[in-house]
Design a protein around this ligand. Structure first.
Ligand code: G3H
Ligand code: 13P
Ligand code: NA
Ligand code: ZN
Length: 328
């Protein structure tokens, strides 16, 4: 059944587990993810970026999610807008059956200036009020996704270079988080703790210096009833890098967020864990393998079936690690 983010994460908080939010763009990703959820008896968050909505089309996405809910009636599914940029994006998502939206007012407000903070509060509060009128949930974001290692802010909108920032400019401030949630009434809050989007997060396995898990603990202490969200939570597994590179890929060595750090975050109030890059890598590795090993192959299903198998395996490991398995 389709449920809201609030319903799903209230249960997760009550039982002390985290829910992975996997990005979807097409039928194969949707099927593999929800099949994995069904195999694990796990609730799941499907999320579509603005890019996903323009790729598949809102009508296609709406019917796909309805089909998945009909195919797997025992699995709680939340359909969420990832990184909504304004009121129109969020309200049109709800109009197309999304049960939850992210209003990312930090997209336009990467620097912690008073004006950008006020903008974030104002637009997020407005979306929160409208979404709650119609029973949908809202995720807000405070802070800058970016690497504490390099001081590089992540280009969340794909627009490219940002300047170097020091740690305090990147990380979410706990007092500001408390003020933000009080003013906006969001159901969930995305925080910045040193992760970034994409495959190239860290040049070594991150330690406490470059992954500031203490921030999560401090925010949770001030906001025990707010569900925390970790973006940029792909682990970028070595074995997926190896498969891609064994079959013609040229991914430089990189490190993601170790699973044990995410599990630590879940113990400190993280309830939604955003994962896209790992899913892309799982599928892309199989596309490369089939293309290399079977150069005469041209049936798309011969590429997509192993890709879905790899994605399903990946999702299963996340449901097991985050305690989501068995909670549906
Ligand atoms: O946060 C970004 C997600 O990985 C979605 O990426 O905008 O390329 O669909 P996308
Ligand atoms: P990754 O790039 O680490 O998978 O993060 C995805 C994300 O945060 C989507 O909002
Ligand atoms: Na941000
Ligand atoms: Zn994100």
């Amino acid at each position: 059944a389709l449920i809201t983010l609030r319903q799903m994460l209230d249960h997760a908080a009550d039982q002390g587990y985290g829910v992975p939010a996997f990005n979807i763009n097409n039928m194969e990703q949707g099927l593999a993810i929800v099949q994995a959820a069904a195999e694990c008896d796990a609730p799941v968050i499907l999320q579509a970026s603005r890019g996903a909505r323009s790729y598949a089309g809102d009508i296609m996405l709406r019917h796909m999610v309805a089909a998945l809910a009909e195919m797997f009636p025992a699995i709680p599914i939340c359909m969420h807008q990832d990184h909504g940029n304004n009121e129109a994006t969020c309200m049109s998502a709800i109009g197309h059956g999304f049960t939850s939206v992210m209003m990312d007012g930090s997209l336009e407000a990467d620097m912690k200036t008073p004006a950008s903070y006020d903008y974030n509060v104002t637009i997020t509060e407005r979306v929160s009020r409208m979404a709650h009128w119609v029973g949908a949930s809202v995720e807000g974001e405070l802070g800058v996704l970016g690497s504490l290692e390099t001081g590089e802010a992540a280009a969340e909108d794909g627009s490219g270079a940002e300047g170097k920032l020091d740690h305090s400019q990147l990380l979410t401030d706990p007092d500001q988080a408390a003020d933000f949630v009080r003013k906006t009434k969001v159901d969930a809050l995305a925080i910045a703790c040193g992760t970034s989007h994409g495959a190239y997060k860290f040049s070594r396995k991150p330690d406490g210096e470059i992954l500031a898990m203490g921030v999560i603990e401090a925010i949770h202490a001030k906001l025990p009833d707010t569900h925390l969200v970790m973006h940029g939570s792909s682990s970028v597994p070595q074995e997926l890098q190896d498969i891609i590179n064994a079959f013609g890929g040229e991914m430089p060595q990189t490190f993601g967020v170790p699973l044990e750090e995410i599990v630590r975050g879940i113990r400190m109030g993280v309830r939604k864990v955003n994962i896209d890059t790992d899913c892309r890598m799982a599928m892309a590795g199989q596309f490369r393998r089939v293309a290399t090993q079977s150069p005469r192959e041209f049936d798309p299903r011969k590429f997509l079936i192993p890709a879905m198998d790899a994605l399903r395996d990946l999702c299963r490991t996340r449901f097991e690690a985050f305690g989501t398995a068995g909670q549906a």
